[in-house]
Design a protein around this ligand. Structure first.
Ligand code: CP
Length: 306
């Protein structure tokens, strides 16, 4: 059974296909309004979410399907000790496809190994968030016309930010990509991401601590929040949480066609004044996420013969 746990579970050609379908849904949504009639999506969210859960649900409704699920572990039998493996077997009896978020890295993979229906990872701990990456890729595609030869800056919590790790994996497959990693020393991209991905794929990258000096060279700036929920020490979080704040004044240093992305939620790292700048793409990114999730649900259900 085909599941998507990591963005690399999808080939570059399959991502191109999903982008083409998402663009077609945007152009003619009525053509997709009954594609999932009679089908059920189960949203199993063991960790809080606004965008991912509700965009999955909106996606399924806009495909004419139905949704069941829970939005917190405490309202599921996980609170009584039921395993992820058993939960996946049970939900396979009720639904046609699962979207799962879990605080433990690897939990959606365990679910996929035990389910008899496709499982989509909707975010696992500090590990992966492939459907956020699909939203990011459609945003970059629509803003920049493609992915090759872009200089992409990733700024903020590059240690715990699962969206950063997934996006770097996806971008590593395109030609001429350059990466600028902007973070405090304490929140640098983990060494395994550098050695197993950036070095292995021969992607030029630099690590810097200063956003202002990096800004002028960037085509895409991917801002991220410091991930409070992954810190063991509250004092350390408070010290680092406002490391970077993108303001209207700082944007004067950037290219006129910079695309500013953020997976959201935003805490303080982009000032509200930036929202009115035409380079701010993060609310469009939210919208595109729904269309990419629609395209992915369609693909996985079709492959499963449903
Ligand atoms: N970007 C994202 O995953 O947002 P939520 O946590 O609200 O789903």
């Amino acid at each position: 059974m085909r599941s998507v746990i990591d963005i690399l579970d999808l080939s570059k050609e399959e991502i191109d296909g999903l982008i083409a379908v998402a663009n077609d849904i945007i152009a003619q949504p009525e053509a997709y309004a009954e594609k999932c009639k009679g089908k059920k999506l189960a949203t199993l969210f063991f960790e809080p979410s606004t965008r991912t859960r509700l965009s999955f649900e909106a996606a399924m409704y806009e495909l004419g399907g139905n949704v069941i699920g829970f939005s917190e572990a405490s309202s599921s039998s996980a609170s009584k000790g039921e395993s992820v493996a058993d939960t996946a077997k049970v939900i396979s009896e009720y639904a046609d496809i699962i979207a799962m978020r879990h605080p433990k890295e690897g939990a959606p993979l365990v679910a996929a190994r035990n389910a008899t229906i496709p499982v989509i990872n909707a975010g696992d701990g500090g590990h992966n968030h492939p459907t956020q990456t699909l939203a990011d890729l459609l945003t970059i595609y629509r803003e920049k016309g493609g992915f090759n030869n872009l200089t992409v800056g990733l700024c903020g919590d590059l240690k715990f930010g699962r969206t950063v790790h997934s996006l770097l994996n996806a971008l590593s497959r395109y030609e001429g990509i350059k990466v600028v990693l902007i973070s405090p020393e304490e929140l640098k991209v983990p060494d395994y991401v550098k050695s197993d991905l950036l070095d292995k794929c021969g992607i030029p990258y630099e690590e810097v601590t200063d956003l202002e000096s990096a800004l002028p060279n960037l085509d895409v700036l991917y801002m991220t929040r410091v991930q409070r929920e992954r810190f063991f020490n509250e004092e350390e979080y408070l010290r680092l949480k406002d490391s970077y704040i993108l303001t209207v004044e700082k944007l004067a240093l950037a290219k006129p066609d910079l695309a500013i992305l953020h997976p959201l939620p935003r805490v303080n790292e982009i000032s509200v004044g930036v929202d009115n700048d035409p380079r701010a793409c993060y609310f469009k990114q939210v919208r595109y996420g729904k269309f990419m999730r629609m395209a992915l649900i369609l693909k996985l259900l079709e492959e499963a013969g449903k």
